[in-house]
Design a protein around this ligand. Structure first.
Ligand code: AMP
Ligand code: GLY
Length: 425
């Protein structure tokens, strides 16, 4: 088969390496991919959002199957366009990707179908939003409705901060058109869990749970980032909690989308908070998380290609999706200064990897035959082990063998998880 993967980060590198394990995957194209994937896929410099370019490439290169990984092409309708051109895809159509594309849509869906989430109000008018934050309980959470690269969420401790947040989104358009409408919601507390799930619109199969580390600095300090590291499984997510989430959240969401005439096929990401009043949805994403994918897919024992084909063909219920029961940890190595200003172009040296180690490249390019840094998050160092403490140790041991100038990583990925286990590290 000729397979095309849309996207170019560490998540896509992990997807490509897993797809390659299936002997049916003869040729894999990455659009655009990145310089660090060159050994695993043929990178083609077509942007992930260039939908006509993607369709044209697929037709002219006899692509049999496409995996659309990032949020923006999904929300723009890449799957619809590819399907219309006769190319089967893994990923939701535009009318289902809206579950991530509009927070107001997601919140209204949850309210209508009784899916637990933070209490909220949606505002299109600036004066109404300002009147609301003048009296609402604090802290409060102000969110831009549309996609904002994970940055359109402001947690406000004071009334002044809430007012500023509303003004920055609705008046100054800090997040562009994403902030024309805002969602203002109740502040929740509790451990956060990421659960990625395969679904073909009928059956839903959750993958091993994980925990992201979104802040730039140790101790969950500093700015929000795309994710500085992950561990799987998430020790806060017990078997009992998994059962409860299936009944109260996962199945109701899949059924709700179907009832609304928006069946979701692909990977649905549930960002959950385990509050004192039970599990609640913080956000849905219409795709694999990054860097959750980098810890979850190495634990998948079944063929990813087979599972993705089953999702696209609506036969997930009859397909085996088996995870190893091991643990994994991903430490993101970033350019110092990320997520703000950083330099690029430094040579990267990579060690040989062992059977239980992976290096997924995110922000790198080839220059004169040398791999060089080319982004904020440069790569993920991943280790798989029998236990979470061993996986964390293994990921740091691997990271310590990777070198480039101005490299930065958090030193405490997994610490909270190990504490939750009553761990010894
Ligand atoms: P999101 O982009 O929706 O994932 O939000 C980013 C982060 O903001 C989440 O991972 C949470 O840590 C935090 N957050 C979002 N909504 C809430 C909420 N209602 N209460 C508390 N924290 C929240
Ligand atoms: N790691 C969070 C996300 O992919 O949005």
């Amino acid at each position: 088969m000729n397979i095309m993967v849309i996207g170019g980060g560490g998540r896509e590198h992990a997807i490509i390496q897993k797809l390659k394990e299936d002997p049916r995957a003869e040729k894999i194209y990455a659009l655009p991919g990145n310089g660090g994937m060159a050994g695993d896929a043929e990178c083609v410099s077509i942007a992930a959002t260039d939908i006509p370019g993607i369709v044209e490439f697929a037709k002219s290169h006899a692509v049999n199957f496409a995996v659309v990984a990032p949020d923006d092409p999904l929300v723009l309708g890449a799957v619809d366009a590819l399907n219309e051109a006769g190319i089967p895809c893994f990923g939701p159509r535009k009318n289902a990707a809206i579950i991530e594309g509009s927070k107001a849509f997601a919140k209204n869906l949850m309210k209508k179908y009784g899916i637990p989430t933070a209490a909220y109000e949606v505002f299109d008018q600036l004066d109404e939003a300002l009147a609301y934050v003048a009296a609402c309980p604090l802290p409060t959470v102000v969110k831009a409705d549309g996609l904002a690269l994970g940055k359109g969420v402001l947690i406000c401790e004071t009334r002044e901060a809430a007012r500023e947040a509303v003004l920055s989104m609705m008046e100054s358009r800090r997040f562009g058109e994403s902030g024309t409408r805002v969602v203002i919601e109740e502040f929740l507390t509790g451990p956060e869990v990421s659960v990625l799930a395969f679904t073909d619109g009928e059956a839903v199969v959750p993958m091993t749970s994980s925990m992201d580390h979104k802040r730039a600095l140790d101790g969950d300090k500093g700015l929000n980032t795309g994710g500085m590291g992950t561990v799987a499984p998430n020790p806060c997510y017990t078997a009992g909690m998994a059962e409860r989430c299936m009944e109260e959240i996962f199945l109701p969401t899949i059924r709700a989308m179907k009832t609304e005439g928006r069946p979701f096929q692909g990977c649905l990401y549930f960002g959950l908070m385990l509050t004192a009043n039970g599990p609640k949805v913080i956000e849905y994403n219409c795709r694999f998380g990054d860097p959750e994918t980098q810890v979850v897919l190495p634990l998948l024992e079944s063929s990813l290609l087979e599972v993705m084909l089953a999702v696209a063909e609506g036969r997930l219920a009859e397909t085996e999706v088996r995870f190893s029961g091991k643990a994994s940890c991903c430490v993101i190595m970033a350019s110092r200064g990320y997520p703000e200003h950083y330099e690029k172009g430094f040579a990267i040296t990579l060690p040989e990897t062992g059977e239980n180690e992976r290096i997924y490249i995110a922000g790198a390019a080839q220059k004169d035959g040398q791999l060089v840094t080319n982004g904020g998050r440069v790569l993920g160092a991943v280790a798989v082990a029998e236990s979470l403490p061993a996986a964390v140790q293994g990921a740091y041991a691997l990271a310590d063998k990777i070198h480039f100038d101005n490299a930065y990583c958090r030193r405490d990925i997994g610490r909270r998880a190990l504490e939750a286990m009553g761990g010894t590290n």
